[in-house]
Ligand binder design. Structure first.
Ligand SMILES: Nc1ncnc2c1ncn2[C@@H]1O[C@H](COP(=O)(O)OP(=O)(O)OP(=O)(O)O)[C@@H](O)[C@H]1O
Ligand SMILES: [Mg+2]
Length: 287
């Protein structure tokens, strides 16, 4: 399910003295099935953009189309509710049912599914975020750790098999193993269901590993839009780009072997493959 932003602007608290332009003159086309990571400093408009993409906010200027539906059109919200899974920045605030299973299954109410079907879907969603069904289903969502609550919220978005998944800082507060599991999950559901994913994150290496494309915001405007596979090791994309150990290593390599590193090595596995191939070749020459 694609998203198109055309010259979009949005201001919060329009009628108050604290009115704040959050997104301005923003245009972007996200094709069906792409994983896009939205990055940028705090206050740059990322969460606002996520809400505009899910039709939870409508633009003041310009247009947002989600799956060809203009989000300002009457009735679009109801249509999008069926297709979009949205996990807010602090999803733990959205939990409200008595048990984990009820909370996750909430989105399936009124869908005409039998109890058995609902339980199956809930179980699958829970297991995909690393919450064993039997262990967690009867627990109160309010008595879980921060990371567990976050996983319940993500399972609640996945349970309806959305065509577009919007995650606002999904990995914050998750332990490293669950963080990796979640990044793998995003790639897997995209591969299996062709789902479009917008993930808002400060985790650059995580974004490089799982996203097809990185979109950087600065003061509500599009500052850079790059494809991960084309990212050069020299990483001259945005001066404000934060660094990661892997990027620092690539920069060192680039100094020693200028122009010899192919694009796409910003992913850990790609870099490891490249290095081991080179080493094997060097070894072949020395014997
Ligand atoms: N409800 C609101 N009322 C007034 N201003 C708001 C509101 N929500 C956001 N803003 C302002 O809009 C701008 C963009 O906020 P937004 O939450 O989209 O940023 P963000 O990039 O998600 O930041 P963070 O990384 O801290 O989550 C900020 O200047 C913020 O202060
Ligand atoms: Mg935010």
């Amino acid at each position: 399910m694609g998203i198109r932003f055309q010259n979009v602007s949005f201001t919060h608290a329009k009628r108050s003295s604290v009115r704040q332009s959050a997104v301005s003159r923003f245009s972007l086309d996200v094709p069906d099935g792409q994983i896009v990571a939205v990055m940028g400093p705090s206050g740059s408009g990322k969460s606002t953009l996520g809400q505009l993409a899910g039709g939870l906010l409508v633009p003041d200027g310009g247009t947002v189309w989600v799956d060809g539906v203009d989000t300002r059109k009457r009735g679009s919200r109801r249509i999008l509710l069926q297709k979009v899974g949205y996990v807010a920045q602090f999803p733990e605030h959205q939990l409200f049912e008595a048990t984990v299973a009820q909370d996750i299954g909430f989105g399936l109410r009124g869908s005409g599914m039998t109890e058995r079907e609902v339980a199956d879907r809930v179980k699958r969603a829970m297991e995909s975020v690393g919450l064993p069904y039997e262990r967690y289903r009867e627990r109160s969502p309010f008595r879980l750790s921060g990371g567990e609550k976050r996983r319940v919220a993500i399972a609640g978005a996945l349970v309806r098999n959305p065509s577009l998944l919007i995650l606002d800082e999904p990995t914050v507060g998750l332990d490293p193993a669950v963080r990796l599991q979640l990044l793998d999950l995003l790639k897997r559901i995209r591969a299996e269901n062709g789902i479009t994913v917008v993930t808002i994150t400060h985790d650059l290496q995580g974004a490089l590993e799982c996203a097809d494309r990185l979109v950087f915001l600065e003061n509500g405007e599009l500052a850079a839009d790059v494809r991960t596979a084309e990212l050069s090791p020299a990483c001259k994309i945005a001066s404000s780009l934060p660094s990661t150990p892997l990027i620092r290593l690539l920069k060192e390599f680039e100094d020693v072997f200028p122009g010899q590193l192919p694009p796409g090595l910003v992913r850990e596995q790609a870099l490891l493959d490249f290095i081991s191939k080179r080493l094997m070749r060097a070894k072949g020459r020395s014997v």
